[in-house]
Design a protein around this ligand. Structure first.
Ligand code: NAP
Length: 350
């Protein structure tokens, strides 16, 4: 490919928006041409509108960009959205109607009948829904950040052994709540036992993601019982989840590990730039995975699992860790866009 595809970032000043900017530096296919945020930021230079908290320095060319209002007058036809869900619904629809392809991290369009809820290794075929969308452009969504880690770990097990029940308890990082997020007085020396809307998302989104593509919509996987409890903990990045799972027929422990180790999807087959070589890494060590140690595995795009053992209530229990703003948001979006590009879905905007 000679020319890179121009990308506009909506919600560019936030937690997910900043991660987009950090991750897209030197991307082989995509380059940021425009950034958008609220009226509070519009008209300012990006460097003045944001409090840059990424590890890597802000690229000079991005620092100088003028922040735009989030209206569909962008030159870039591919839009990555990290918008606050209070405003994402209408803005994303406006862009899609105007011919833009929007890949969103917000909850608003996730359950629209014709909108794919994508984890590229899990349900790449759901992209076909784009063909039945009424928009001049299109909308694709990323699931909730905790759902993504959980489903990456469970997809190969569901395929091989059919899951009946899931109980999940999350310990979610601060960056998952946006920037600046919860106050230090609330979270230091503490665990917050409630994250608004999160448990409902974890209990419903897997049904669509694991569903089958029917005639213009997804037939939901409604045969799994899911119970989720979500907590906010004093970790900056990386959601850790403890999962109990029951199958139609209990497999051997070795069979589960083999299913994880062998799991690959279309992103790996297509060798997409952001695809982890191995989406799931199994750790034998009793004290792993940990957010501080494993969240950046394969550039934050792989899920780490460990502590697999038999469970007296369900069949097995284990731990999964994934990076919430990378695999769970910006990185997942970029991988979706790469998959769309590779499968020709972006041809009409090129
Ligand atoms: P955030 O840090 O609060 O950022 C929100 C962004 O939305 C900011 O750029 C903000 O711009 C912009 N915004 C707010 N009001 C606006 C308006 N009226 N018009 C245009 N832009 C507006 O939130 P975040 O954590 O990045 O999350 C963004 C979205 O991704 C949310 O829907 C969230 O649920 C979802 N998500 C987050 C994560 C995560 O790990 N953080 C993971 C998955 C999904 P200003 O700076 O100008 O206010």
């Amino acid at each position: 490919m000679n020319e890179k595809i121009k990308v506009g970032i909506l919600g560019a000043t936030g937690s997910v928006g900043q991660k987009f900017i950090e991750l897209l530096n030197d991307h082989p296919w995509f380059e940021i041409s425009e950034v958008g945020a609220s009226e509070r930021s519009a008209g300012k230079k990006y460097i003045d509108a944001t409090n840059w908290i990424m590890k890597n320095r802000l690229q000079k060319d991005i620092a100088e960009l003028e922040v735009k209002e989030c209206i569909p007058n962008f030159e870039a036809k591919l839009i990555f959205s990290g918008l606050d869900s209070a405003v994402a619904d209408e803005i994303e629809t406006d862009f899609a109607n105007a011919g833009y392809f929007v890949i969103s991290n917000s909850r608003n369009h996730r359950f629209d009948k014709d909108v794919p809820l994508m984890i590229p290794e899990v349900n790449a075929e759901h992209l076909k829904l784009i063909d039945v969308q009424p928009y001049k452009g299109g909308i694709v969504t990323n699931p909730n950040c905790s759902t993504i880690g959980m489903i990456l770990a469970l997809k190969p097990l569901h395929d091989a052994f059919k899951i009946k029940k899931i109980n999940v308890v999350t310990m979610q990082a601060l960056s998952g709540g946006g920037y600046p997020g919860v106050s230090s007085m609330d979270i230091l020396d503490n665990v917050l036992p409630y994250i608004g809307g999160e448990e409902e998302k974890m209990e419903t989104e897997p049904r669509k993601i694991l569903g089958k593509l029917g005639d213009g919509e997804i037939e939901f996987e409604n045969n799994i019982i899911i119970s989720a409890q979500c907590n906010r903990v004093a970790v900056i990045d990386g959601h850790l989840e403890t999962i109990q799972v029951e199958f139609e027929k209990k497999p051997m422990k070795e069979e589960i590990i083999e299913a994880w180790n062998n799991f690959k999807g279309e992103p790996q087959e297509l060798k997409l730039p952001f695809a982890p070589l191995q989406p799931i890494h199994y750790f034998e060590e009793n004290n792993l995975p940990q957010p501080k140690l494993q969240r950046d595995l394969e550039n934050g795009m792989a899920a780490s699992v460990g502590r697999l053992r038999e469970d007296p209530l369900f069949h097995y229990k284990f731990i999964v860790l994934s990076h919430n703003t990378v695999r769970g948001a910006a990185g997942g979006t970029i991988l979706n866009a790469e998959l769309m590009k590779a499968k020709g879905y972006l041809d009409k905007i090129l």
